[in-house]
Ligand binder design. Structure first.
Ligand SMILES: C[S@@+](CC[C@H](N)C(=O)[O-])C[C@H]1O[C@@H](n2cnc3c(N)ncnc32)[C@H](O)[C@@H]1O
Length: 202
């Protein structure tokens, strides 16, 4: 299982944002929508071995954590509007103290970004343009962490300063969703090469 954790610093934590103004009223929730579809959607299918964890830190009731599982998510389409509707339904379903499944494969809880990082600590690969070049995968079942347009705050940077793996996908600063596509491309190529080598060694 490959995991992507994306921080939405100001992503709205109530289901009251406007679908026609996701960046403004949703606190750049459009970024989270693009990261979600980039992580899970193939041209005609879903990546069943990927899960995405969106950490919403905006008003009025942070934190919220929306987890989407590729192996059972339903109704996910490439357009931002329908993806935002799924996130809105998740926010409507929120119950204090428990993780709730809002629609198939989509779960919401009140976990904070810090709690999520602690949960996945051993497998974290921080995506950072200042890191080492992403070649082979440094851990089994990697858990990639990335920020939104605002990156991470001071306390989070401090927490992340101790992670073992900090990798870059380009020398340039890219959009988070583009980084995800490059990471998955890298993993697909590594997997294909492994399969070819196994076949030729038979
Ligand atoms: C739009 S960038 C953030 C820019 C923001 N102004 C900042 O200073 O952090 C969103 C996220 O994508 C990831 N990212 C951007 N460029 C990258 C690169 N070349 N290699 C790896 N990760 C990158 C980082 O995790 C970053 O937090």
């Amino acid at each position: 299982m490959i995991t992507f954790i994306v921080k939405g610093n100001r992503a709205r934590t109530a289901p009251d944002f406007l679908l026609k103004d996701l960046p403004g009223s949703g606190g750049r929730i459009d970024i989270l929508c693009r990261c979600l579809t980039s992580s899970l959607l193939l041209s005609h299918g879903i990546r069943k071995d990927v899960q995405v964890i969106l950490c919403l830190g905006g008003e009025p009731d942070p934190p919220k954590c929306i987890r989407v599982m590729g192996d059972n998510v339903k109704h996910l389409s490439p357009d931002e509007r329908s993806t935002a509707i799924l996130l809105m339904k998740a926010l409507e379903s929120y119950r204090k103290g428990e993780e709730v499944e809002s629609t198939p494969g989509i779960y919401i809880s009140g976990h904070s970004f810090k709690e999520i990082l602690e949960q996945y600590r051993e497998r974290i690969v921080l995506l950072d343009e200042g890191g080492d070049e992403l070649g082979s995968m440094p851990v089994e079942e990697p858990c990639f962490v990335l920020g939104d347009h605002l990156g991470f705050d001071e306390a989070e940077e401090k927490l992340l300063s101790t992670v073992k793996h900090r990798m870059r996908v380009s020398p340039l600063v890219l959009h988070g969703s583009h980084c995800i596509v490059l990471v998955l491309n890298r993993m697909d190529m590594i997997k294909e090469r492994g399969n070819t080598e196994r076949k030729t060694n038979r």
